[in-house]
Write a protein that binds this ligand. Structure first.
Ligand code: ZN
Length: 374
């Protein structure tokens, strides 16, 4: 869920144009929505469209940053079959009621034809991330198919406005929560500034939730692990970009071994991979661990065979400690290990000490003596 920055107290008593400035800034300060001058917003007051002028940044825009243009004059431009960029700029300037105002955004005509008082447009990372993929069309359809107009990529400017103009001729605007522009961004709109802003935040959150992937039932996982470990535990779940990336890699990578021998006491040689059937997957980890023990053991005593960390497929990693402090230590170690493994793979392949050396370290006499109470 994206952060919704709207604050009723801050918005209290603002007139329409002030409200336009306020929610434009809320959009502009969020770098997940727009970067460095990107995106644009507008408000219609009577027959005038106040639209972001070029050279202004949404995050710091003032009233003077909105160029006032006659709506009718902008809509008349849609009668042209084609319009060069320079002609469009010229005609948009001619539509201005204040000739000292900055040039209206290149998306001004599009703002004019959306029949709502407030129109917000951003280039939200989550939306374009989904769209800019091999399966972008079906992903966007899956997330936004219901209540959004989905527009294929068209270069911003006159031809985009013209295409949307054709697409919306028979559209029931009230059935729409927004417009998704493939490979470009998203529009939301409403006669109320707060609703348009909320629609933006909620719409982008839909893409963010999709990107996060399926979630895991941590309570269930914790109960199973406590059962297998035989004592209460603390979990640290890490879903950072690097953890998630690691968790999306081939299973072989998870078994590549420790960063330095001493870590094996904390992490064991490898994590358990969790995909769906938590209990079965943990049981098979335990079985593999016991097999590994048998392969190398002579008189040693087996350590607790349950895993000390998990890879949650496509989601992230989990450190398991007997308390929060130990879980943090293990989390630190696995995050450094993950980074080394990923970097190692770019250097021809990560290779740690082998399984036998790992066993010797894990079952080092000095450690075993502690277990035997010597
Ligand atoms: Zn744009």
């Amino acid at each position: 869920m994206m952060l919704n920055r709207f604050n009723n107290r801050e918005a209290e008593g603002l007139d329409d144009l002030e409200m336009r400035v306020y929610t434009s800034r809320l959009l502009g300060v969020d770098q997940n929505l727009v970067l460095h001058g990107g995106g644009n917003t507008s408000i219609k007051i009577d027959d005038i469209l106040y639209v972001k002028g070029s050279g202004w940044d949404l995050g710091s825009i003032e009233k003077e940053g909105f160029s006032p243009a006659k709506i009718e004059a902008l809509l008349e431009l849609l009668n042209y079959n084609t319009l060069s960029d320079s002609d469009m700029v010229k005609y948009q300037r001619e539509a201005l009621t204040d000739k000292t105002a900055p040039n209206p955004s290149v998306e001004a005509i599009l703002h004019a034809l959306i029949p709502y008082k407030f129109v917000d447009h951003t280039h939200a990372d989550a939306v374009v991330t989904l769209s800019n993929t091999e399966n972008g069309e079906s992903l966007i359809e899956e997330v936004y198919g219901e209540k959004y107009l989905i527009v294929p990529y068209i270069m911003p400017g006159f031809i985009l406005a013209k295409e949307i103009y054709k697409m919306v001729k028979d559209v029931d605007w009230d059935s729409l929560d927004g417009i998704i522009l493939h490979n470009h961004g998203i529009f939301t709109f409403s006669n109320d500034a707060k609703t348009s802003y909320n629609n933006m935040i909620n719409s982008v959150s839909m893409a963010e939730d999709y990107l996060k992937g399926k979630s895991y039932d941590m309570e269930k996982l914790k109960n199973i692990l406590e059962d297998k470990k035989g004592y209460p535990i603390s979990l640290r779940v890490n879903t950072s970009y690097i953890a998630k990336y690691f968790a999306s890699q081939n299973e072989d990578l998870f078994k590549k071994g420790v960063l330095t021998p001493e870590h094996i006491i904390r992490t064991k040689r490898s994590p358990a991979l969790i995909i769906e059937n938590y209990e079965d997957e943990i049981n098979s980890y335990i079985k593999e661990y016991k097999d590994y023990f048998k392969r190398y053991a002579s008189s040693e005593i087996i350590l607790n065979p349950a895993p000390n960390w998990l890879v949650l497929k496509n989601y992230g990693v989990v450190a398991i400690g007997k308390n929060e402090k130990e879980a943090r230590v293990i989390e630190d170690i696995i995050m450094h290990t993950i980074e080394a493994i990923l970097r190692g793979e770019t250097l021809g392949g990560y290779r740690s000490i082998n399984e036998k050396d790992s066993f010797d370290m894990e079952y080092w006499e000095l450690e075993q003596n502690k277990l035997k109470g010597k």
